[in-house]
Design a protein around this ligand. Structure first.
Ligand code: CP3
Length: 341
């Protein structure tokens, strides 16, 4: 039994004394204890070494006491396992020397044996669970097939992911084949994560908002839905789509336990679009953590009042930024813990 089960209760839609809180991308970036590890080990070494991944996962919990931990890893370990050799370049981010641009490239990708290729993630989960000692739940995650696909075709980050879209619209058969392979791998991967001990899984669709509503349905949501359908009986699933408020009504019909929303939609509109039927997670603009702590407290209190304390998980609308002062991150977490209805 997990001692602090606020997050799991919120996912089940149960009444809580206050909503749970965690921050997307809470493990890393802005934390000095993380930066100290980053100076010694490169990115994928940190992901592949269970001692390092588990230590980084619990660092923010130790410092701030969030109501859930998220495993330190990356969405790109999935394509790596599929024979798509991503690197992490300092100053640039994810980099793929030979991006996927043809049917032949798609044919060369594989749907791997998860325990052979990603066993290190399962070891990191088991080690983290021991360190957490059932104090708080552990979240496992994967990128959405569309978001992973974006990096595979573009070969690096982008403001438009124009090459990814071009591939979809000029070679739709090959595009759907790759999306399906990523989906099949992700389903097997998340199932193993649940077996290894994660208490919930979140799907990050960071680039879903790049697509028109019709294309979103075809190239992103159809695949996310397959993942939700395959996983929901085994663990609660949270679907986070950045910039995807236009799809909330459709998303709320799925078997997801919660939907993540960003700051471009008001709590009221998000509740209306989802007919108040599902737990919502979000949605403070991450840049707002640059406001003074007293202002952060007001913003968080208002946000809880607007979403309502039940069926709600306090979070940012996207990952925490690297330049957030430590006291401001603390103000965000503390404001939730001090919340009184
Ligand atoms: O709380 C956590 O941070 C958990 C671990 C986590 C990382 N990446 C570690 C990481 C999670 C949940 C992710 C998800 C991820 N990775 C997403 C989806 C969420 C989002 O932010 O949209 C995406 C798109 C990626 C791909 C990725 N990884 C990019 C674009 C970059 C470079 C830019 C950046 O965000 O810093 C990464 C690198 C990365 N992943 C870092 C960390 C802590 C920073 C690099 C480093 O530590 O050396």
């Amino acid at each position: 039994m997990i001692k602090n089960d606020l997050y799991l209760k919120a996912l089940r839609g149960e009444t809580v004394s206050r909503p749970p809180v965690w921050m997307m991308r809470q493990a890393g970036r802005y934390l000095p204890e993380f930066i100290a590890i980053r100076e010694k080990y490169d990115f994928f070494t940190r992901c592949r070494t269970p001692e390092l991944a588990s230590e980084i996962t619990v660092q923010p919990i130790r410092r701030y006491g969030m109501d859930a931990a998220i495993l330190f890893s990356d969405i790109l370990v999935v394509p790596q396992a599929m024979n798509i050799p991503f690197e992490m370049k300092a100053g640039l981010g994810p980099y793929l020397p030979n991006p996927i641009r043809s049917q032949k490239d798609v044919d060369q990708t594989i749907v791997p044996d998860i325990n052979e290729e990603l066993g290190y993630v399962m070891d990191a989960i088991k080690m983290t669970k021991e360190m957490l000692n059932d104090e708080v739940p552990l979240i496992g995650f994967a990128g959405s097939p569309w978001t992973v696909f974006c990096y595979c075709i573009q070969g690096q980050g982008s403001k438009t992911f124009d090459k990814a879209k071009e591939f979809c619209f000029t070679q739709p058969i090959a595009a759907h084949q790759l999306l399906q392979k990523i989906t099949d791998t992700t389903i097997a991967y998340l199932k193993e994560k649940v077996k290894a001990g994660v208490n919930a899984v979140q799907i990050f669709d960071s680039w879903g908002g790049m697509l028109s509503p019709v294309d979103y349905q075809e190239f992103s949501w159809n695949y996310i839905q397959q993942i939700i359908d395959a996983l929901h009986a085994e663990a609660p699933v949270i679907a986070f789509g950045k910039g995807c408020w236009f799809a909330l009504e459709e998303m709320a019909k799925s078997k997801a336990s919660a939907l993540g929303v960003d700051w471009t939609v008001s709590p009221k509109t998000a509740r209306a679009l989802t007919h108040n039927s599902i737990t919502l997670q979000g949605n403070l603009d991450p840049s707002r953590l640059l406001s003074p702590p007293a202002e952060i407290k007001k913003l968080v209190t208002n946000m809880i009042n607007e979403f309502g304390k039940d069926k709600y998980i306090v979070n940012l609308g996207h990952g925490i930024l690297p330049n957030i002062p430590l006291d401001n991150a603390k103000a965000f977490i503390d404001a939730v813990k001090e919340y009184e209805a």
